[in-house]
Design a protein around this ligand. Structure first.
Ligand code: NAP
Length: 255
C-alpha cells in the first residue's frame, strides 16, 4: 500500500457500513480520502475518529447524493481545487428497496438505478477524466458489486436490485475494455460480497425491521472489515496484475 500514501481516493457511501470501513482503512494507510454520502455528519464523526486514532492520512467529508449529476460534478470540481484530482475511486454507495417485479413502485426501481448504476457511472467517468488530465496511469476504480450481480436468487424483494448489480458486472467489464482500448494502465476491479452485516438490510426492510434482524441472524455474516481486506489486496497488487472480480461470501451462505 506504500505507493498510495499521500494520494487521493474517493469513497462513495462513506457514512456507514462497508464504505465507512473502507474510507477508514485507506486513511489508516496514509491516503487523503474524500468520503461522500448524504449524511455528512456521520463522515465528520469518522474523520474525527481517524484523527484521534493518529492515522497518517486524512478523511475529508463531502455531502453528495451520487444520483444527482450536478452534485457529483460539483464534488469533482471541489476535489480538483482542493486536491488536484483523484487516483482511486471506490464506487460503494448503493441500496436495495423491496420492490418486486410484479408489484413494485416505479419510483423505487428508479432510485436503485439512479444510485447503483447511474451514480456509479457518473463517478467512474469523472474519476477517469480526473486521472487522464493529470496523466495518472496507475489509478484504480473499484466497484462494490454483489453476489447478486452474478446470480438471481429466488427473492422478490431483491430482483430489481439484482438487475442493477448485473448492470454493475457489465459496467465493470465494459470499463476494463474501454481502458484497454485507451491504452492506459488504470485498472478496474469488482468486489462482490455476499451477506455483510451493515445497515443495508435495515434500510431494505425499513417497514419490517424484524426481517433485517432475521437476515443477519440466519448465518454468521461477513463484517465490513472483511471487504476492507479485499480492497487492500486489490490496491496492493503489482501494476501489471489485473484483478477482475473478487467474490466473498460467508462460509454458511447458500447462494
Ligand atoms: N450489506 C450487504 O449484505 C451487501 C452485500 C453485497 C453488496 N453490498 C453492496 O455494498 C455497498 C455498501 O452497502 P452497505 O452494506 O455498506 O450498506 P449500508 O450500510 O446501507 O450503507 C450504504 C451507504 O451508501 C450510501 N448511499 C446510499 N444512497 C446514496 C446516495 N444517493 N448518494 C450517496 N450515498 C448514498 C449511504 O449513505 P447516506 O444514506 O448517508 O447517503 C451509506 O453510506 C452497496 O453498493 C451494496 O449494494 C452490500
Amino acid at each position: 500500500m506504500d505507493r498510495w500514501k499521500g494520494r487521493v481516493a474517493l469513497v462513495t457511501g462513506a457514512s456507514v457500513g462497508i464504505g465507512a470501513a473502507i474510507a477508514k482503512s485507506l486513511v489508516q494507510h496514509g491516503m487523503k480520502v474524500v468520503g461522500c454520502a448524504r449524511n455528512v455528519k456521520q463522515i465528520e464523526d469518522l474523520a474525527a475518529e481517524c484523527v484521534n486514532s493518529g492515522f497518517s492520512g486524512t478523511l475529508f467529508p463531502y455531502k453528495c447524493d451520487v444520483s444527482v449529476e450536478e452534485e457529483v460534478l460539483s464534488m469533482f470540481s471541489w476535489i480538483k481545487v482542493q486536491h488536484q484530482g483523484i487516483d482511486v475511486c471506490v464506487n460503494n454507495a448503493g441500496l436495495a428497496l423491496p420492490e418486486p417485479l410484479l408489484s413494485g413502485k416505479t419510483s423505487g426501481w428508479r432510485t436503485m438505478m439512479d444510485v447503483n448504476v447511474i451514480g456509479l457511472s457518473l463517478c467512474t467517468r469523472e474519476a477517469y477524466q480526473s486521472m487522464k488530465e493529470r496523466k495518472v496511469n496507475d489509478g484504480h476504480i473499484i466497484n462494490i458489486n454483489s453476489v447478486c450481480g452474478h446470480r438471481v436468487i429466488n427473492n422478490a424483494d431483491a430482483h430489481f436490485y439484482t438487475a442493477s448489480k448485473y448492470a454493475v458486472t457489465a459496467l465493470t467489464e465494459g470499463l476494463r475494455q474501454e481502458l484497454r482500448e485507451a491504452k492506459t494502465h488504470i485498472r478496474v476491479t469488482g468486489i462482490s460480497p455476499g451477506l455483510v452485516e451493515t445497515e443495508f438490510a435495515y434500510r431494505l426492510f425499513s417497514e419490517t425491521p424484524e426481517k433485517a434482524v432475521a437476515t443477519y441472524k440466519s448465518i454468521k455474516c461477513l463484517q465490513a472489515a472483511d471487504i476492507t481486506n479485499a480492497v487492500g489486496y486489490v490496491l496492493s497488487a503489482p501494476p501489471h496484475v489485473q484483478i477482475g472480480d473478487i467474490e466473498i461470501t460467508p462460509v454458511e451462505q447458500l447462494m
